[in-house]
Design a protein around this ligand. Structure first.
Ligand code: HEM
Ligand SMILES: [Cu+2]
Length: 533
């Protein structure tokens, strides 16, 4: 439908250059969107190479030796992990969908600090560029976790890579800070804290973790860089340091970081479930508070990554218990989503399919996480393919599903065009089936003892590895269909109405695509976000 004047944030200022200097949160979201899509492509190609290498044991002729040797495998593994974590899943939902929709959902004209917002994209791109450059200078092979003492002694541009991650961390902190202030200061009249949509609640909770936890990673990585550059003995036992200390520091950030990856996804799911079942969300307050609950507990569970690092049994038991506590707020969310679906008028649109896919896959990811929290199990499953399967179920089955679902849901608003529903559903079919074919066998492989981070394996593991690799091709087909749907939607899509799904939240009350400052008249809010009937 668009705005009466025909103006919107896309066409208001002409020329490519205007995008790179824009302070508009929606345009900055698009900058992130394009860059993160590109990084996802890069990380995805690397995943395909890893899977191709694992298609067969190395002794098989022609196949099974595509990466030539273990060193190259380790490098590709490192870049796949680092790119996917630091450049795709961590920034993904907050920087793209959060930037675009958080201000709209609370009835604001923009974020609190628009210049800082643009700066955070440049900082992100600077860090990302540095990370990419290391690939061409001297490839890093430490794995995305940079564990000491190996990371102190191995060759490759480790210092540069670590500085890159540090810089990207800065961008994450700045974005989080911006969102917190925006939520506190820029809500429209009547938009009380308990009227803000659940997606915004999730981005807000995430922002708290981003601001509190990321500095710890930053300092850890700087210490590592100092140790490598100046020989300061912090983590290297040879210099009087302690390598396990690195693991404490690293996971003190990186466990909360897994919630930086999943909380925004949960926020997206809340929006999708209520919209496509045309029902008021069940337990709004419980969902909002459980986000905060997850954020809080996430700071006290890092020791579950270290059950076999020599920590005391008591510490093991405490961390095991605390980890299981995360299950409580998570289960609250699950319960509320299911209760919302119950007796709703469910429409199986593409975004809803992605949301239902999330519920199913994230449940598997979550339950296997609880299994790994049991010390007696983790002692056996640690560093096996069981862990690889677990975190891919969470990060791909959970977060990536939500990104796809959220993206299709908001596509008409972002671009003012409709996409092909049929095509989007096909992309879901391939991604959903392909995902399970790829990663479910890895639970079995891990339980049978196949270790992770190796470029070869004994012949007993071959059949399931072949299945897994074929699955990765199905996922690829799914994403290619998704890409095609997006491009076709952008080029030839029908004009989108302002509110194609009959949603109740504020972003749907303005034109598609929105005008530069979001709303014609400052909105006044008189009701909660999901009052369907
Ligand atoms: C979508 C298709 C994907 C496939 C086929 C795939 C495949 C793989 C493979 C084969 C490994 C090596 C496992 C090992 O030897 O330990 C791996 C590791 C990893 N993947 Fe993926 N992956 C995919 C997507 C993702 C995504 C979206 C993320 C996002 C967070 C991700 C994060 C990681 C991480 C963190 C590691 C561990 C790296 C390390 O151990 O240093 N992957 N993946
Ligand atoms: Cu953890």
């Amino acid at each position: 439908m668009g705005h009466a004047s025909g103006k919107n944030y896309i066409n208001e200022e002409p020329g490519l250059l205007s995008w790179f200097t824009s302070l508009d949160h929606k345009r900055i979201a698009i900058l992130y969107f394009v860059s993160i899509m590109f990084f996802f492509l890069v990380g995805g190609i690397m995943a395909l190479l890893l899977r191709l290498e694992l298609f067969a044991v190395n002794s098989a002729p022609n196949v099974g030796n595509i990466l030539k040797n273990g060193d190259v495998y380790n490098q590709v593994l490192t870049y796949h992990g680092a790119v996917m974590v630091f450049m795709v899943i961590v920034p993904g939902i907050p920087a793209i969908l959060g930037n675009f929709f958080l201000p709209l959902q609370i009835g604001a004209k923009d974020v609190a600090f628009p210049r800082l917002n643009l700066a955070s994209w440049y900082i992100f791109m600077l860090g990302a560029a540095l990370a990419v450059i290391t690939f061409f200078v001297a490839k890093v092979d430490t794995g995305w976790t940079f564990y000491t003492p190996y990371s102190i002694r191995t060759g490759g541009a480790v210092v540069m890579m670590v500085v890159a991650a540090f810089i990207m961390g800065m961008s994450s902190i700045v974005t989080g800070l911006n969102f917190i202030v925006t939520v506190h200061k820029l809500r429209a009249p009547g938009m009380s804290m308990f009227r803000i949509p659940l997606f915004t609640w999730a981005i807000y909770s995430t922002a708290i973790i981003q601001v509190l936890a990321t500095p710890v990673l930053g300092i850890t990585l700087l210490l590592l860089a100092m140790e490598r550059t100046f020989g300061v003995g912090i983590f290297d036992p040879k210099l009087g340091g302690d390598p396990v200390l690195f693991q404490h520091f690293f996971w003190f950030y990186s466990h909360p970081a897994v919630y930086i990856m999943i909380l925004p996804a949960m926020g997206v799911i809340s929006e999708l479930i209520t919209t496509y079942s045309k029902k008021t969300i069940f337990g709004y307050t419980a969902i909002a508070f459980s986000s905060i609950g997850i954020a809080a507990v996430s700071f006290f569970v890092w020791g579950h990554h270290m059950f076999v690092s020599g920590q005391s049994e008591i510490a093991g038991i405490v961390f095991s218990f605390l980890t299981m506590l995360v299950g409580v707020p998570t289960a609250i969310k699950m319960f509320n989503w299911l209760a919302t679906l119950y007796k709703g008028s469910i429409e199986f649109t593409a975004p809803m399919l992605y949301a239902l896919g999330f519920l199913f896959l994230f449940a598997i990811g979550g339950v296997t996480g609880i299994m790994l929290a049991v010390t007696a199990i983790d002692v056996h499953f640690h560093d096996t393919y069981f862990v690889v399967a677990h975190f891919h179920y969470v990060m791909v089955g959970g977060t990536l599903m939500a990104i796809m679902g959220g993206f299709f849901h908001w596509f008409p608003k972002m671009f003012g065009k409709m996409y092909s529903e049929v095509g989007a559903r096909w992309s879901w079919v391939f991604i959903f089936i392909g995902f399970n074919v790829t990663f479910f066998p890895q639970f079995i492989l891990g339980a049978k003892g196949m270790p992770r981070r190796y470029f070869d394996y004994v012949p007993e593991y071959e059949t399931l590895n072949r299945v897994s690799t074929v699955g990765s091709w199905l996922i690829t087909i799914g994403f290619l269909i998704g890409l095609y749907v997006i491009v076709q939607g952008l080029r030839k899509g029908k004009q989108a109405p302002d509110n194609p799904w009959g949603s109740k939240t504020l972003e749907w009350q303005t034109s598609s695509p929105p005008i530069m400052h979001n709303f014609d008249h400052d909105p006044v809010v008189t009701a909660g976000p999901y009052e369907y009937k």
